[in-house]
Design a protein around this ligand. Structure first.
Ligand code: GLP
Length: 275
């Protein structure tokens, strides 16, 4: 796991967008796993800007979102499909047929979950999976005690998650659907690369548990410790509870892998570490 700490949430979102843009330029037919939530809004704003001003080309890109609420039609303003259309899809040159979210209105949600996995397989698997983290440590909607080998399925949302996501439902947690379709932890771990973005002080404690705490189904993001190619990007406030900040900063400042991405945070001596 690589941890990259950025000074501000803006810097963290920009770096995330730059990493995604590089992956897309390197492989125009990229299979991109997408996430929703407030954290991602700025990432998508950067991708839209890069499409407009830097000709970032999505014409061959295929996308798979992590999750969707059960029982919400795609055109419901609080659906994740509506979120994606609003923040990204309608502003870029992606073929709508190449954008995939689970169908929360399917008659048979279990069959829909299996079908979603099959579609990912047909596309050759996910190249890069973008992830946020819920306040209880979930990735996608993999709530505490989701099996670390779980697949795409229907799941019940915790009261904490319904409260966290209430803003999209007029501030009322009881209006947030009680169930959702989500990629499983096992599905996410099969992506060739994972990129988790966390910003803001509210994520500090859970991010430290996920990154430096024990591997546990109680914090499903901790399963990313098993992933061979996972990068976590956090701003100062989300990274504030991490124990090994000095080491993470030193690595980012010195590892040749990140040479092209240091312009946001200029190379500078890190206290306590020799360059
Ligand atoms: C939802 C999504 C998660 C996302 C989380 C964080 O629960 N299912 O994929 O990571 O929200 O949201 P935010 O960025 O608003 O904190």
């Amino acid at each position: 796991m690589n941890i990259i700490l950025q000074a501000t949430a803006r810097d963290a979102a920009l770096l995330t967008a730059r990493l995604l843009a590089k992956a897309l330029r390197d492989r125009p037919a990229l299979v991109l796993g997408l996430a929703t939530g407030r954290t991602m809004e700025e990432v998508y704003a950067h991708l839209v800007r890069m499409h407009r001003t830097e000709k970032l080309n999505f014409s061959l890109c295929r996308t798979f979102n992590l999750d969707e609420y059960a029982g919400l039609p795609a055109d419901h303003p609080s659906s994740y499909r509506a979120y994606m259309e609003h923040h990204l899809f309608r502003h870029i040159n992606i073929d709508p047929r190449n954008t995939h979210l689970p169908d929360g209105m399917a008659d048979d949600l279990n069959a829909e979950a299996d079908h979603y996995e099959a579609k990912i397989r047909v596309c050759g698997g996910i190249d890069v999976q973008l992830l946020g983290i819920g306040s209880n440590g979930h990735i996608g909607f993999n709530e505490p005690l989701s099996a670390l080998q779980s697949r795409t399925r229907v799941t019940a949302l915790t009261p904490a998650t319904r409260t966290q996501n209430a803003a999209m439902f007029g501030g009322k947690a009881q209006r947030v659907p009680a169930r959702a379709l989500t990629m499983g932890v096992g599905t996410i771990l099969e992506a060739r690369r994972c990129l988790l973005l966390a910003t803001g002080p509210a994520k500090a404690e859970i991010l430290a548990q996920a990154v430096e705490g024990p591997l546990t189904a109680m914090v499903t993001a901790s399963a990313l410790q098993l992933h061979p190619c996972c990068t976590v990007i956090a701003d100062e406030s989300a990274g504030a509870r991490l124990q090994n900040q000095t080491y993470y900063r030193w690595l980012f400042a010195n590892d040749p892998e990140w040479a092209d991405f240091r312009t946001v945070q200029k190379k500078r001596p890190v206290r306590g570490m020799q360059p």
